[in-house]
Ligand binder design. Structure first.
Ligand code: ATP
Length: 290
């Protein structure tokens, strides 16, 4: 059986961590959206073997058990005693190690696709629980619609459509290792975000309140190591973005605008300054199926 699945990138409109669990994992409070910059995952199941083969259009991504898409397939296969293998071809468009959840979204797309191919009939909540064992962003990526994400990443509460806006994304050259940033969190000095405020703003479809409550508590930590983050953020604001901030643990910065012409101006201006720049929209896996 052959099946293809879209794996959209994510951005954090709000990111905070109120405390660390005793097992070392962080408690998260995040408001996330998927965007229409996406990888595409093509799967072909193969009988008489349990082999999992991963192929990508990049030269640098691991294709063995270190690939999150491989881990997702292996997990479903062993949990549900599937006697079939699968070839997974990933068309990679999402920048890697950028704070845009590319690996997690590939893993989530594999879980959604194999759920159909192997007729497992698992709910999104069940797939999210399996996905959490791969990465804390996989549960959100299973849903890929605007959501409040709490717990260790496994509690995904959809919050409805966002008010309409354009997004300019710029990725500085650096690749950021998420664990190395998380190790530097100092809870005594961490600046917290108004997460309930942004959820309420989105639910009221109030764009101004939404931009006033956006924020990322990890931004000062990553920006200290990669000053380009603040340079790009300031450029976005200077070129007219309504708000600009880092996504995830960075280094990707995004700016938003309700006006297409202003977003285009920010995009054009940043193209000369940064070599990976994108102009995109929020995306919802649910709305795309309506
Ligand atoms: P996170 O913040 O969730 O750790 P990220 O968005 O910053 O993720 P990814 O692009 O997911 O970064 O890559 C993080 C690491 O995962 C990289 O070191 C990369 O080699 C590894 N990885 C494994 N599988 C994949 C995949 N399918 N796509 C991208 N990266 C992958």
């Amino acid at each position: 059986m052959e099946i293809s699945e879209k794996a959209p990138a994510k951005l954090n409109l709000s990111l905070d961590t109120p405390f660390r669990h005793q097992d070392g994992e962080h408690e998260w409070q995040m408001v996330m959206t998927a965007i229409d910059l996406a990888d595409y995952v093509h799967l072909k199941t193969i009988s008489n073997t349990k082999k999992i083969v991963v192929l990508t259009n990049t030269g640098f991504l691991p294709c063995d058990h270190r690939n999150l898409a491989y881990q997702a397939a292996r997990k479903l296969q062993s949990l549900y005693h599937i006697n079939e293998g699968v070839v997974i071809k990933i068309d990679k468009n999402i920048p890697v190690a950028a704070g845009m959840g590319g690996g997690s979204s590939d893993a989530a797309a594999v879980l959604r696709a194999l759920n159909k191919a192997w007729k497992l009939e698992l709910t999104h909540a069940q797939l999210a629980t399996i996905g959490l064992e791969i990465d804390s962003d996989v549960p959100f990526c299973i849903y890929s619609e605007p959501a409040l994400v709490t717990g260790k990443g496994e509690i995904v509460t959809p919050i409805g459509d966002l008010p309409p806006f354009w997004i300019v994304i710029a990725k500085p050259k650096a690749s950021v290792s998420t664990p190395s940033i998380l190790r530097q969190i100092d809870y005594a000095s961490l600046k917290h975000q108004n997460v309930p405020g942004i959820v309420a703003a989105i639910q009221k479809n109030d764009y101004d309140a939404m931009i006033a409550t956006m924020g990322n508590s990890l931004e000062p930590i990553t920006a200290k190591r990669y000053p380009d983050i603040l340079r790009i953020k300031n450029k976005m604001l200077q070129f007219g973005a309504d708000a600009a901030q880092m996504s995830g643990s960075g280094p990707t910065v995004f700016g938003i605008s309700q006006k297409q012409s202003r977003a285009q101006h920010i995009y054009n201006s940043l193209c000369g300054f940064c070599n990976e720049v994108y102009l995109v929209h929020p995306y919802s896996l649910v709305s795309s199926k309506k």
